[in-house]
Every structure is written in C-alpha cells, then in structure tokens.
Design a protein around this ligand. Structure first.
Ligand SMILES: Nc1ncnc2c1ncn2[C@@H]1O[C@H](COP(=O)(O)OP(=O)(O)OP(=O)(O)O)[C@@H](O)[C@H]1O
Ligand SMILES: [Mg+2]
Length: 245
C-alpha cells in the first residue's frame, strides 16, 4: 500500500522585505515528518525572519507557508500556536517578575483542550515539563533570577505547554553552558521519539551538524544549500557565505 507522504511544514517562495532590505527572498523548502532541520546561515541571513513568518509575527509579503497541509501564512500567532507550532526566541522572552511556574501558566502559553483542562491538571503538566527540563527546583523562584541557560530551558518548557507537533527553536545553544547544551540535545531527542518535529536555528555548527538530519542554509534571504550535514559541510557556496568572500 502506498501511503501519501504529506509535508509537515512547507514554505513556498516566501518573501519579506523590510524597507529595501530583502530579508527573505523566495525561500522554498518542504519538511517531511521525522526530519530535524538545522537552519543555518550568517548573521542577518533571514533565519529568525523565517521563524517569525512561520509563527505569524511578520506576515510574508508573498509566498505561502503550510503546516500539516494547511496554509498558515495569514494566520495570527495564537492561531498558529494552537494549531501545533510552538517556538522559542533567540533572546529568551520570559516574565522576570513572575515565578518560573507562573511563567508556565501565563495566558496564551497553554492549550487547555478546548477549555476542558482544569487549573489543577494545567499546573501538573507545567511541573512535569519543568521536571523534564531539570528546572523544577526553581518553580517558585522569580524567573528573573535564573541564568541565561535556564531561561532557555524555561522557554522550551513553556513551548511544550502548547502540546506542539512542530517546534521552532531560535539559537537554543547560544551562550549557554556545555552541560545545558547536552541536556537540551537529550530533550530534543526524547521529544522527537514522541513524534515532535523540529526546525532548529543555530550558529553552533558542530552541535547542529550532529543533531540535524538535514541542513538548510540561508544567505541574504535565499536558500543557498539544502542537504545532509555531510553534503552541506563540503558545499563551496556555504563555505564562501560563511567566510564572507
Ligand atoms: N523588524 C525588523 N525590521 C527591520 N529589519 C529587520 C527586522 N527583522 C529583521 N530585519 C532585517 O532582516 C534581515 C534578516 O534578519 P534576521 O534577524 O532574520 O537574521 P538572522 O539570520 O536571524 O541573523 P542572526 O544570526 O544575527 O540572528 C537583516 O538584515 C535584519 O536587519
Ligand atoms: Mg536570528
């Protein structure tokens, strides 16, 4: 029996300009279930802009984005999140004056099963995710007192409150302790085993090359390479883009 394979995620000719600056220039790629895409490229190449477009923060000027076969490029962020796409930010967005647990429960960060999930089960789920990311000990501490790496773990835990099927991580390894990087890698692998797909933006090339099944490279808003980590590593255009020659 032939099963029809449907892309989990697809961007087709996606373009965004900020003034005269073409941040995304007809970007196209499709992702199958089970792939883990590493999205790399020099500073300013459009990686965060692509995540922003996918999560509804900046609408595309032209082109299309689909999640599980449904067009999402015109949907607002909360609808995209509810549809199953969660993300983390390059600079962690947390509420510093709320506790770690309160950050998990803040409105908009959870899917309450059509409103049926009680506060008790919501709190239980929040604590499970904090535990999963090894920050449960800080549940009652002010989030602002946690380290930068722990903020990244908190963002990650909070994204899980949405019960996502696709997670977009923007620089999850940037400036954090190698032990925490290991922890995040383990957790990404655990979640993949549970069927969650990932697009991970990273400047940490050894780490992302070790994690991803496929690497998409952006430069000046264009896809300049798309292949296995081995293929991309050898690609002269990629080396050139990174060296800036
Ligand atoms: N809100 C905005 N307003 C104006 N220009 C923007 C905005 N967001 C991004 N840009 C521009 O779009 C281009 C792509 O930026 P983007 O943040 O997507 O790059 P990036 O690949 O994530 O870079 P980095 O690796 O430094 O995070 C850059 O030229 C940037 O200055
Ligand atoms: Mg960025």
């Amino acid at each position: 029996m032939v099963s029809e394979s449907q892309s989990v995620f697809e961007v087709k000719d996606g373009s965004i300009a900020f003034g005269g600056n073409q941040a995304l220039d007809e970007v196209s790629f499709a992702m199958e279930k089970g792939q883990l895409i590493g999205l790399i490229g020099p500073n300013g190449s459009g990686k965060t802009t692509l995540l922003n477009a996918t999560s509804g923060i900046y609408p595309l000027n032209s082109g299309a984005i689909s999640f599980e076969g449904n067009r999402i490029e015109k949907e607002p962020p909360h609808r995209i999140a509810r549809a199953g796409v969660a993300r983390t930010f390059q600079i962690a967005r947390i509420f510093p004056h709320m506790t770690t647990l309160e950050n998990m429960l803040a409105p908009g960060f959870a899917v309450r099963d059509g409103g049926k999930e009680t506060r008790v089960t919501l709190i239980r789920r929040a604590k499970e995710y904090l535990d999963f990311l090894d920050i449960a000990d800080f549940a009652d501490e002010q989030a602002g007192d946690l380290s930068g790496g722990q903020h990244m773990l908190l963002q990650f835990a909070r994204a899980l409150m949405l019960k996502p099927r696709l997670m977009l991580l923007d620089e999850p390894f940037g400036g954090i302790h190698p032990l925490l990087i290991e922890r995040i890698l383990e957790r990404i692998r655990d979640l993949r085993d549970q069927g969650i797909d990932f697009i991970v933006v990273s400047h940490d090339l050894p780490t992302i090359m070790g994690l991803a099944t496929r690497i998409v490279v952006l430069a000046n808003g264009k896809v300049i390479a798309d292949g296995t980590p081995g293929e991309v590593r050898e690609d002269p255009g990629v080396i050139e883009a990174y060296l800036g020659v």
